[in-house]
Design a protein around this ligand. Structure first.
Ligand SMILES: [Zn+2]
Length: 107
């Protein structure tokens, strides 16, 4: 006799789904303030003088920073001259006196 072919017992297994919404961590509040530390560069200063938690000098190189985010732009203005420490990310504004000096032409 023809054997009755049992219906395939392999039900389409449910693919692993993402956990229910309740298990998903709530999104980070968008209103979280971004802390921006801005210092003023001392004349001729080329490296960071911030100290870390252990009191050690950071001494990171201050690099001109061009593509800063809106949060920073709100503080320093658009296309401002700003430098950022490569290690601790402290921002440095140029020394206002030095800037003044560079605008003054001396003959
Ligand atoms: Zn630094």
């Amino acid at each position: 006799m023809a054997e009755e072919t049992a219906p395939q017992s392999t039900k389409p297994a449910a693919p692993p789904q993402a956990p229910p919404a309740a298990a998903v961590a709530p999104p980070v509040a968008a209103t979280e303030p971004i802390e921006v530390k801005i210092k003023v560069r001392k004349p001729k200063q080329r490296s960071c003088d911030e100290k870390n938690a252990k009191g050690k000098l950071c001494a990171g190189h201050l690099k001109r920073w061009y593509d800063y985010p809106k949060e920073v732009e709100a503080k320093i203005g658009k296309e401002a001259e700003i430098y950022r420490c490569e290690f601790c990310k402290t921002l440095y504004k140029p020394d206002p006196k030095q800037m003044l000096h560079s605008f003054t032409l001396r003959y």
